[in-house]
Design a protein around this ligand. Structure first.
Ligand SMILES: O=C1O[C@H](COP(=O)(O)O)[C@@H](O)[C@H](O)[C@H]1O
Length: 232
């Protein structure tokens, strides 16, 4: 694998370029296979990107979107990644896309993970586009340091699909695609912004302990090339 760092002067320039690159990969997938799949992150970073991507001139009716991870909360909860995507990405032209949520209104996160795995099994083998984020603790998706299922979730031979995760730094119980589900994406992106996250990235690149900083699994051993988009 190759890790490429793309640095931009500011977050607006980054979002413009990343939206254009993602749209191109989705259009290429539609041309090649008649459909496209994409898994996106939540959190605060992707809002501007989502808004720019939502107006891209591609055939969104052939695009299926899901999340790399989610909190076990309903879609009207302000902390829901589904709500973020619905508000900022599934708008404008992208309103024609199909969205597959990870959260389901069932008794446990474990049940929701099983349903999400089943409902997403026909997409993402591999995903055409995966956009990862990274927390200042070095987590990506819901691969949290100290997570109760971290070792299983980031194992190279973990099954494709969605698992649960609990960790002190995670807040609510989480739902997350496993490492193998994400790491072989045709276009694998890590989107980070700010000097603080750049310092966290450099710290991650300088070590190998994945339990300390799970983003290292993606940086060190993803089967796909990893394109990092960063702006101060
Ligand atoms: O918990 C989460 O945080 C990360 C990073 O979020 P940010 O607010 O620092 O951008 C995100 O990638 C992940 O999807 C989300 O669930």
């Amino acid at each position: 694998m190759v890790v490429r760092l793309h640095s931009f002067s500011d977050t607006q320039v980054l979002a413009t370029r990343l939206a254009s690159d993602v749209a191109q990969h989705l259009a290429d997938a539609i041309s090649a296979r008649g459909m496209a799949s994409m898994a996106v992150s939540g959190g605060s970073t992707p809002k501007r990107l989502f808004e720019m991507l939502s107006v891209a001139e591609i055939d969104w009716s052939k695009v299926t979107i899901t999340l790399v991870d989610e909190r076990f909360v309903a879609a009207d909860n302000p902390r829901s990644n589904h709500l973020l995507v619905a508000t900022h990405l599934l708008q404008n032209k992208a309103a024609a896309a199909t969205f597959l949520p990870l959260y389901h209104d069932v008794a446990s996160a474990l049940q929701a993970a099983a349903i999400a795995t089943e409902k997403t099994e026909d997409i993402g083998n591999p995903f055409d586009v995966v956009i990862l984020g990274m927390g200042t603790d070095g987590h990506t998706a819901s691969f949290f340091p100290g997570g109760n299922h971290l070792a299983r979730a980031i194992a190279p031979d973990a099954p494709r699909g969605v698992m649960t995760m609990e960790a002190d730094g995670a807040g609510e119980e989480r739902l997350t695609f496993t490492y193998p589900s994400l790491a072989d994406a045709r276009f694998l992106v890590l989107h980070i912004e700010g000097d603080g996250k750049r310092a966290v990235l450099e710290q991650a690149e300088a070590g190998t302990d994945e339990t300390e900083m799970p983003i290292r699994a993606m940086l060190n051993r993803a089967p796909s090339d990893l394109d990092i988009y960063w702006a101060p």
